[in-house]
Design a protein around this ligand. Sequence first.
Ligand SMILES: *Cc1c(COP(=O)(O)O)cnc(C)c1O
Length: 375
Amino acid sequence: MRFEELPTPCYVVDEALVEKNLKILNGVMERTGCKIVLAQKAFSMSSLYPLIGEYLSGTTASGLFEARLGYEEMGKENHVFAPAYRDDEIDEIISICDHIIFNSFSQLEKFKDKALTAGKKVGLRINPECSTQVGHEIYDPCSPGSRFGVTKEHFRGDLLDGVSGLHFHTLCQQNSDDLETTLNAVEEKFGEWLPQMEWINFGGGHHITRTDYDIPLLEACIKRMQEKYGLEVYLEPGEAVALNAGYLITTVLDTLQNSMDIAILDTSASCHMPDVLEMPYRPPLFGSGESGEKPFTYRLGGQTCLAGDVIGDYSFDEPLKSGDRLVFGDMAIYSMVKNTTFNGMALPAIAVKDKDGDCRVVQKFGYEDFKIRLA
Ligand SMILES: *Cc1c(COP(=O)(O)O)cnc(C)c1O
């Protein structure tokens, strides 16, 4: 099917663009010998896992279901971190994961023997208390009172028996200069325990596939840990794997006026692009300009009853009319993994655009998907 023939609303993931990102990530692996795994919470589209598995070392998960998806659909190295594990899930997690990363010494003490007996690698998440992001506290695992990772004050060098690696995750959409700053803090606070480790995991939040990302500095950071401490280095980006590799196609249903022009789309910021409201950010829209830049400016809103279900103000060369199709960019990551059926909104279909430009719908949703999860 052609892109123009796809039903709306529909997420379309562009295989060629995902592969372009994968080649960049694979280049870092080849040049440094580090391992990169997909953090599935950003992008769990399992029909693309065979492609992703050709380039990356495996998957990482935030709990049992993601871990199972990585195990069943990619089947390569499988890592897991969770703020705490449930007693009734830990056995299955250990059976399908290779690296089990704990968030506290109490969780480590509780479960590490099981993991070690099963021959799995045990890691501990540390908190270097080094905030490098400005603006959104909600994405800062180093903010005061954070529940993520053991701080230096609570670190117990005497309880590291069986721990083969340390994990930190402090970045969000950041460049390698912030990674370097973070590594300095990691070394300053936890450096004395690095020589006894086998591996270190730099977490995610590395925007490696963004055009202005400084890859040589990233590679220097990786080599520093490899050479100084003999560590195997892991990265677990989510965003970078599918950054700018997907679209959300939507149709204009109506236009109206209230002190400005407004268009209602067959989508919803709240249901189909929640990070537009949560992050918040303004998604790119093909063929549009900033508010007032082109002659016809519209406020683009969704179909739900939420007053704030607004994607943003965009301008166009021609007036919008019912039936026009609009294509939002950067809609692969943190979109379909977070969507909801609030207000009975149907979930967008999911399609793949293959390397020849052919599109095929790989998943569709309907009324039952709304009903079934609400009992
Ligand atoms: C969210 C998360 C990632 C992935 O982060 P991105 O910003 O999508 O690259 C990796 N590791 C952990 C522990 C995370 O919580």
